[in-house]
Every structure is written in structure tokens, then in C-alpha cells.
Design a protein around this ligand. Structure first.
Ligand SMILES: *Cc1c(COP(=O)(O)O)cnc(C)c1O
Length: 943
């Protein structure tokens, strides 16, 4: 095995032997034989190359990257080159203190990124002129599709099922909206807003601002017309342009969506980038995605948290507002920081500079007789070139310049933050064969009714940290409030918070990966194509599938894509009545939410007392819905953390009734190298590359959720309307805006697989299972382990039952979770998949020392629970109920009936390495009752 394997895997060989001995096994192979059902176990190892060292893998990837060509792309389409401020690149994007954070479900140790996201939300609401914004969505296309479904769900006339879309939207946005509309029975009508007459009733409309060809239209009258039908209007708007243009809110828009990529996030051949979604307060409860809100802690100190969680899929399941789980937190943090760094004047200066370059270019082109599109414009020009197109494109290519071909006689040029006067000169030369700049002229925006007059980003946070020293300290202050993998293990069941090795992360900021426009000609992206092809081949080998689509940019989007593939398969076979999707009770909330989005009807399947799919109930339901059965969604190993013995039988039952098996592959970390979903009956499976394959969690995104499918489903894998991706004639429409989704983070998974090799990957899985079983073994004397498989073993995660303590000591799962923070840990997954439990997943990357430290903490907490149960400690005033403890507690007059040192420094480790939660336990209900989702005025933080 490569030397890297021993860096990725936490326990040393001696630890592995010691832990095996504790469990009563001689070798990892023995433990695997006892854990993984024989009927599905791989008999020989994966056929992958041997693992490489960090240096070797980086050199190999470097050679691949060098096949990409970084041209100057003026292609626009919602993507713009940008300057990532170096200090943000190094201190956020390349900083494990930020990128290894988990989703901020434990707000007391997440105040930093919650503040960064609140800044982002405030930036979005200010610029769009709307009232409330979420903390990011996957991409602009998805955000537009979510705007459509929100409009659909709140529509006044239930019979109206038409969504009107302007033909001036970016084509990939229209395509993603169409894909989403189809299974929901929504008809999408594409038209010209200037001819909108309201003859056909619609429930909503989508326009682009600026339009895809650069025209900036005043939509005020159009919005009034649509409102007259009691329908909602969504404006897809470029945030940077809004520093100069009247906001969508001021025109009367109900929703604004868009990409925030050009706020310092590299193009990355399409992603990841954060899309924004803003709307009016009255739709807050229908808002898709996560929302950061302000609440208060026990001392009435303002404290941030995720608000209105009851909207989300993990609570509302098939009635959720959307299926989104992993979003784009890291990218939203970067975009928000970009606004903090530049401030309103800085942003306006950037926008003005780009605009002035555009004016110069426009003037030169007009002087040379080219006909331009509608005025005003911001940064994008439509140029009628007639029969000169071929010559112009040839000259452009010779200068390594990409221009957008709108049609045979029209080109579009979109400038960006990186455009210099020299670039403008080159562009003029490409069009006119002259190199002189025209004299300066006044922008058509000056004194135009669409010029922005309202203030934005007036909050102090956007007007304070403009020196690098101040900015550095601000970012570091926020980072230090958050517990990331740099501080301790984050044992989140189902989320696989493993090592994100630095060597894996290094390539993502190479310009050859970062600076490629998603719609650059594929000839310039040969390195990317090779990377995709290798990664797809490796993932096929690992899963056993025949084809992979890398398009979905999160697990839940993979589910949606996979179910659409299944839907299409049935339709193509003339079985469009197959719309029932069986989903076990224990399924992740994204499963039912995705099924609904794919137009399916969810039918629940029971689980037995061991947490396994109840085969009797499955048979009954499959028989009952035999003719309508589309699919079963099943997680493997189960969400209860066991290798179900009956998995083959489960798949057979579904196939017998003509259904397809969708496997939720979030738990792939227990399978790699040991068994393969395609071998034991899955037809489709998504993989969370941000779990098993080392893409960092980023505090709640980015993610990548590719799907693998069996040969009979390969023809239906998602295509793309703008790019020849190799998808066939029968491909379903695009599920994401970019053809390969979040391409720029795929090098992370490529590096991981390349460095681990077949043996290393298998070893990692085995140690992940060992680590989990070791924790279960150590905790079993003190807590009930809820589910186990054969031989009392679990897979890669274990659930401990805390429900008995509610009765015996009045202690809840939340109390234990918050108390773990006092011990320096991030709590495990709370109350999922079973209420009142904790689900612990250590992963292979944690050392035995860290596992022991965690187990010691859990055992000590168990002692504290016992002390409450026996009356030794007060039932209300105790270290669990009042956890987590802060510095505020330390300096307050201590009048509690328990020891202060015990509360705050319960272990030697904490005495030496205390991780201080920034706030005390947060009042969750208060935050939802007093919804406040933008930055508070500064004085709220004083006193
Ligand atoms: C994480 C997870 C998902 C959702 O994946 P996202 O990338 O967050 O959308 C689905 N199912 C299970 C079991 C998961 O653990």
C-alpha cells in the first residue's frame, strides 16, 4: 500500500491489532467476514491501479491539468471570470479551519460561519431589494426551478399549471427549469416579455436581468401584468450589476435568483458556486434551502442559528419545500467575504470599471459600423456581425479569446472583473482589425431610469474590514468560533467526516482547473475530460455500474436525477403508470422529497425491530402496487448502520414487480472494496463524493452526488442542451446548469482514489468498520446500542439509545449533545434516523487515541446522567441541562450546585485545549417566533 494510506487512515498497525483484540478478532479479514454478508461480499479486490504517493499523484494530475487551456473567455451566460482576493483564497478556500466544518446544526460551535452566512444573506437582500434570502442553493438553474415550484405551491388558482419563461434567460437555466417542470405536470411556455399579453393564465414568470444577450430591461410594467393574474415574478439577476442597476425588488419582483460566482469564486468549469434565492417575508415558510436567523442564548446574547427548520426535508419529508440538504456554504462564505472585503464602494467601483470597459468596447464597435443590441447594457454586448462571424472567430481564436455565438450572425461579448484596457484593445482588434481606443463617452446608464439610486450594504460589517489586517482578523475571529476537523473529530453518523488531505485539496486552485468557463469549447478542456473519464471508470469499478453521470451537485440532486432516469426508463417502455416509490421509514428525508420532485407517489415501508426493512411489509406493498411500482429507495448499509442480510431479496422483490432499485449510496464508506451495489441488485445509486470520496463538507457544501446506473439505464443519464457531453438521444434533460456539475472539486476525489489504490481503499473501509465497532464495543457497557447485525456487529456507524434517560434523569439527547461540546467534541447526528438517539460515525481517519478520548467523554457523561438519576445532582441545575458552558458562565457569579471546574474543564484535555463555545444554549423557539434573517444593527451586539 502507498505511504499515503497510512496518512489517511488514523490507527497505526498496533492500534488496529489492539482494537481487533478488544473485539475478539484476529484480523481485519476476520472482522469483515463476520460483518459483511457473505452473499454480497466481493471475492477479489477492486481492479484499480496501485496507490501513488502524494508527489506522484500530484505530478500525474498536473500533466492532466496541463491539457486544459486557459483562454480569455467572454462567454457570459451567468459565469464571469473573477479575482479571488488572495487573502480569501488562502484563509477561507484553502483553509481547513473553514472547509472541514460540518453543516451548522450545532449553533453554539458554529457562530462563525453562521455570521458569514448572515452576511451573505444580507448582501443578497440588499442588492436584490427583497426582504429575505436563504444561505445558498446549488446553482442558478436549480434556484430558478425552485422559484418555479415556490410560485406553483402558493398559486391561487389550482387549475393553472403554466409557468412563463422569458427566452432571454440563460439557455441552461431554461433547460433546468424544463427538466424540473416535466414530472410535476407544469407546462413551461417560453416567450418574449415585450409581447406578454396575459392571454394564457400563468402561475409565475421568470425573466433575466440583464438578459442573456446583455440587454437591461425595465420589467416594472411586465411585473404588473403578471401580478394582475395573481402570479409571481422571479427575476434571475446578476448581483454585481445590481450595484449599478435598480433592484428587482424596486421593480416589484417577488423572487430573485442567481449565481454569486463572480463574487470571488473561480469559474471552475461550472462549479461549485453558490446560487442565491431571495423573496418576500410572506414566503419565508416556503423558502427552499437553509436560512440563518438571529435568536438569543441563555444570557439574552444575540446568537445565530438555522431558522425555520420545519420547512426542511429532514422534518417534512415528502411535504418539504425542496429536497436540498447539502448546499454551497463554503462558496457562499467566500462570496459574502468578497462583499465584506470590498464593501459597497469597492463593489460599485468594480462594476463601474467593467461597465466603462464595456462602454468603450461598444463605442468602438459602433464606430466601425457594428449594430449592437438594446441599450442600456451592463457588461455584455450583443453584436450583429453578419457574414463576418467566421473571420472574427478566427481572429479571436488566434488570440485565445472565446466569444459566444448567439446565432449565425450574432456574437455576444461579456466582460468581467479581470478585463483590462489591454483586453478591450484586443477585443476591438478582433472585431475591427484596429487597435485604437475610442475617446471616452458617457455611459448610457447615467441618469437612466434604471440606474440604481438606493443604498446597499450599509451595515457596518460591509464598511469596517477594508484593510487586510482588519479583514484577516475578522475572518480568523469567525473561524475560531467554529469547531472543525482541525480541532476534534466530528463523528456525524451518515455524514462521513473523514480526512480531506491537503494533497487532495491543492489542485482545485490551479488555474488550469479554476479558470475554465463551463461553456468553453471542449478542445480547451481536454484535461477535464480525461479527469472525468478516469474518475467515472474508477467509480464504475468501485460500484459495479456501467455508467456514471457526474452532473448532480449534491446527494439529494443525485436522487432526483436517478429517479428521473428511472421514470424515463418506464416511460420509454410504455409503462408511464409506474409512479409509486416505496421508501422505508428509516430513509433520509431527502429520499421522499426527491421522489416527489420526480413526480412519484411515496408509499412508506415499515422497518422491523432490528431496523431492517420489514420484508413482509415490503412484499405486501410491492404486490399491492405491482402495476404502478416505479422504484424502491433503499440505503445500504441501512441508515441504522447495519449490513442487512436481506438486501438481495429486497432487490429481487422489487424487480419481480417490475420496479427499479434506487440505492442511496451515502453509506458507501462501508462498502468500497468489500461489496458493490450493482452486484447485489441496485439499478441506480448516488455517491456522495463529499462523504466517502474526501471532498470536504465546507460547512454545508459544496457536494458532488454522481449517479451510477446499470447498462439498461445508461441511455437515460442526464444530457445538456449546450454542450456535447456524450449523452445519448434518450438522455433526460439537464439537472444542473453546468454539464459536469461541480467539476472543479472532482480533482479531490481523483487524488484520493489515485493515492489509495485498490488495497488502500479497501483498507480504509475495513478500518472505518473497525473504528465504529470499537466505539460500539466500548460504549456498549454504558449505553444501549440500538441496532446490530449478525454477530452483534455494526457497519461503519452506531446508534446509541438515550431515550431511557429521559425517564430516569430527565436528560434528553440534546443535553448529551451539548454536554459533549464541553468535552471538546462536535456532537454526533442527533435524533436521526431514530428520535432520542445519537448516531456516531468515526470514519477510518480517526486514531484510536481520538476514539478513546471520545468514548471516555461519553462514559463520563453517562456517569453524570447516573448522578442525576440517583439524585446526587440537581435535576434542573446540572452540567447537562446547562451545557454547553461558556466563558460567560465562568465569570458570572457561580451559584450552581455543581462544580465549576467539572462543568468547564471536565478532562485534562479540555484543561489544555479548551474549545470555547461562543454562546450558551440557544433559544430555538424564540428565533422562529421572531424571525430575523439579516445582520442585526451593530448596537444589538454591544452592551
Ligand atoms: C447525506 C445524505 C443524503 C443527502 O446528501 P446531500 O449531499 O446532503 O444532498 C442522502 N441520504 C443519506 C443517507 C445521507 O446521509
Amino acid at each position: 500500500m502507498s505511504e499515503f494510506v497510512a496518512r489517511h487512515v488514523g490507527p497505526r498497525p498496533a492500534n488496529i491489532q489492539a482494537m481487533l483484540a478488544a473485539l475478539g478478532y484476529d484480523s481485519l479479514a476476520d472482522l469483515m467476514r463476520a460483518t459483511v454478508p457473505e452473499s454480497i461480499r466481493l471475492t477479489q479486490g477492486l481492479s484499480l491501479e496501485a496507490g501513488l504517493s502524494e508527489t506522484e499523484a500530484l505530478a500525474k494530475l498536473r500533466a492532466i491539468a496541463n491539457q486544459n487551456q486557459v483562454w480569455r473567455s467572454y462567454l457570459g451566460l451567468g459565469y464571469a471570470n473573477t479575482i479571488t482576493p488572495p487573502m480569501i483564497q488562502r484563509n477561507v478556500l484553502e483553509n481547513p479551519g473553514w472547509y472541514t466544518q460540518y453543516t451548522p446544526y450545532q449553533p453554539e460551535i458554529s457562530q462563525g460561519r453562521l455570521e458569514a452566512l448572515l452576511n451573505y444573506q444580507t448582501m443578497v437582500t440588499d442588492l436584490t431589494g427583497l426582504e429575505i434570502a436563504n444561505a445558498s442553493l446549488l446553482d442558478e438553474g436549480t434556484a430558478a426551478a425552485e422559484a418555479m415550484t415556490l410560485s406553483f405551491n402558493v398559486r391561487k388558482q389550482k387549475a393553472v399549471k403554466t409557468f412563463w419563461v422569458s427566452a432571454d434567460c440563460h439557455p441552461q437555466t431554461i433547460a433546468v427549469v424544463q427538466t424540473r417542470a416535466l414530472p410535476l405536470g407544469i407546462e413551461v411556455v417560453v416567450g418574449d416579455h415585450r409581447n406578454f399579453d396575459g392571454a394564457t393564465p400563468v402561475f409565475g414568470a421568470l425573466v433575466s436581468y440583464p438578459a442573456t444577450d446583455g440587454a437591461v430591461y425595465d420589467y416594472t410594467d411586465f411585473i404588473e401584468q403578471v401580478h394582475a393574474q395573481r402570479a409571481l415574478v422571479t427575476v434571475a439577476a446578476d448581483l454585481l450589476s445590481l450595484t449599478l442597476l435598480k433592484s428587482p425588488g424596486e421593480m416589484g419582483a417577488d423572487i430573485a435568483v442567481g449565481n454569486t460566482q463572480r463574487f470571488g469564486v473561480p469559474l471552475g468549469f461550472g462549479g461549485p458556486h453558490a446560487a442565491y434565492f431571495a423573496t418576500l417575508n410572506q414566503y419565508a415558510r416556503k423558502l427552499p434551502g437553509r436560512l440563518v436567523g438571529v435568536s438569543k442564548d441563555q444570557y439574552d446574547k444575540p446568537a445565530l442559528r438555522l431558522a425555520l427548520q420545519t420547512r426542511e426535508q429532514h422534518i417534512r419529508r415528502d411535504a418539504a419545500t425542496s429536497n436540498i440538504c447539502t448546499a454551497q456554504v463554503l462558496l457562499a462564505v467566500i462570496a459574502g467575504m468578497y462583499a465584506v472585503y470590498h464593501g459597497p464602494q469597492g463593489l460599485q467601483a468594480i462594476a463601474t470599471r467593467i461597465h466603462q470597459h464595456t462602454v468603450t468596447l461598444a463605442t468602438a464597435l459602433q464606430q466601425s459600423g457594428f449594430e449592437l443590441g438594446t441599450e442600456p447594457y451592463f457588461d455584455t454586448l450583443r453584436v450583429h456581425v453578419g457574414d463576418r462571424q467566421a473571420d472574427i472567430l478566427t481572429r479571436a481564436a488566434s488570440q485565445h479569446i472565446n466569444l459566444r455565438q448567439l446565432d449565425a450572425e450574432t456574437l455576444v461579448i461579456a466582460l468581467d472583473e479581470t478585463t483590462t484596457a489591454a483586453d478591450v484593445r484586443d477585443l476591438i482588434a478582433v472585431f475591427t482589425e484596429q487597435t485604437t481606443l475610442p475617446p471616452a463617452v458617457v455611459s448610457p446608464l447615467v441618469d437612466h431610469p434604471l440606474q440604481r439610486t438606493s443604498a446597499f450594504l450599509t451595515h457596518p460589517v460591509f464598511n469596517t474590514y477594508h484593510s487586510e489586517t482588519e479583514m484577516l482578523r475578522y475572518m480568523h475571529r469567525l473561524q475560531s468560533r467554529d469547531l472543525s476537523l482541525t480541532a476534534a473529530m466530528i463523528p456525524l453518523g451518515s455524514c462521513t467526516m473523514k480526512l480531506n488531505a491537503t494533497a487532495e485539496m491543492v489542485p482545485i486552485t490551479w488555474p488550469e482547473f479554476g479558470q475554465i468557463h463551463p461553456f468553453a469549447p471542449l478542445a480547451q478542456a481536454q484535461g477535464y475530460l480525461q479527469l472525468f473519464q478516469q474518475l467515472e471508470a474508477w467509480l464504475c469499478e468501485i460500484t459495479g455500474f456501467s455508467g456514471i453521470s457526474l452532473q448532480p451537485n449534491a446527494g439529494a440532486q443525485g436522487e432526483y436525477a436517478g429517479l428521473l432516469v428511472i421514470r424515463e426508463y418506464h416511460q420509454q417502455r410504455g409503462q408511464s403508470d409506474r409512479t409509486v416509490c416505496l421508501i422505508p421509514e428509516s430513509a433520509h428525508g431527502t429520499n421522499p422529497a426527491s421522489a416527489v420532485m420526480a413526480g412519484m407517489k411515496v408509499v412508506g415501508v415499515k422497518c422491523d425491530s432490528q431496523g431492517n426493512v420489514d420484508l413482509v411489509d415490503l412484499r405486501t406493498k410491492a404486490e399491492k402496487h405491482s402495476a404502478q411500482l416505479a422504484a424502491l429507495m433503499v440505503t445500504y448499509p441501512s441508515t441504522h448502520g447495519v449490513f442487512e442480510e436481506g438486501i438481495r431479496e429486497i432487490c429481487d422483490i422489487v424487480h419481480t414487480h417490475g420496479g427499479q432499485v434506487y440505492m442511496d449510496g451515502a453509506n458507501m464508506n462501508a462498502q468500497v472494496g468489500l461489496c458493490r451495489p450493482a452486484d447485489f441488485g441496485a439499478d441506480v445509486c448516488h455517491l456522495n463524493l463529499h462523504k466517502t470520496f474526501c471532498i470536504p463538507h465546507g460547512g454545508g457544501g459544496p457536494g458532488v452526488g454522481p449517479i451510477g446506473v446499470q447498462a439498461h439505464l445508461v441511455p437515460y443519464l442526464p444530457g445538456h442542451s449546450l454542450v456535447e457531453t456524450g449523452a445519448g438521444q434518450q438522455a433526460i434533460g439537464a439537472v444542473t446548469a453546468a454539464p459536469w456539475g461541480s467539476a472543479s472539486i472532482l480533482p479531490i476525489s481523483w487524488m484520493y482514489i489515485a493515492m489509495m489504490g485498490a488495497a488502500g481503499l479497501q483498507h480504509a473501509t475495513e478500518v472505518a468498520i473497525l473504528n465504529a465497532n470499537y466505539i460500539a464495543h466500548r460504549l456498549a457497557e454504558h449505553y444501549d446500542i440500538l441496532y446490530t447485525g449478525k454477530h452483534g456487529l455494526i457497519a461503519h456507524e452506531c446508534i446509541i439509545d438515550l431515550r431511557p434517560f429521559r425517564k430516569s434523569a430527565g436528560v434528553t439527547v440534546e443535553d448529551v449533545a451539548k454536554r459533549l461540546i464541553d468535552y471538546g467534541f462536535h456532537p454526533p447526528t442527533m435524533s436521526w434516523p431514530v428520535a432520542g438517539t445519537l448516531m456516531i460515525e468515526p470514519t477510518e481517519s480517526e486514531s484510536q487515541a481520538e476514539l478513546d478520548r471520545f468514548c471516555d467523554a461519553m462514559i463520563a457523561i453517562r456517569g453524570e446522567i447516573e448522578a442525576i438519576a440517583t439524585g446526587q445532582i440537581d435535576a434542573e441545575q446540572n452540567p447537562l441541562k446547562l451545557a454547553p458552558h461558556t466563558a460567560e458562565d465562568l465569570v458570572a457569579a457561580w451559584q450552581r450546585p455543581y462544580d465549576r471546574r467539572q462543568a468547564i474543564f471536565p478532562t485534562r484535555w479540555t484543561q489544555e485545549n479548551k474549545f470555547w463555545p461562543a454562546v450558551n444554549r440557544i433559544d430555538q423557539a424564540y428565533g422562529d417566533r421572531n424571525l430575523m434573517c439579516a445582520c442585526l444593527p451593530m448596537d444589538a451586539y454591544r452592551d
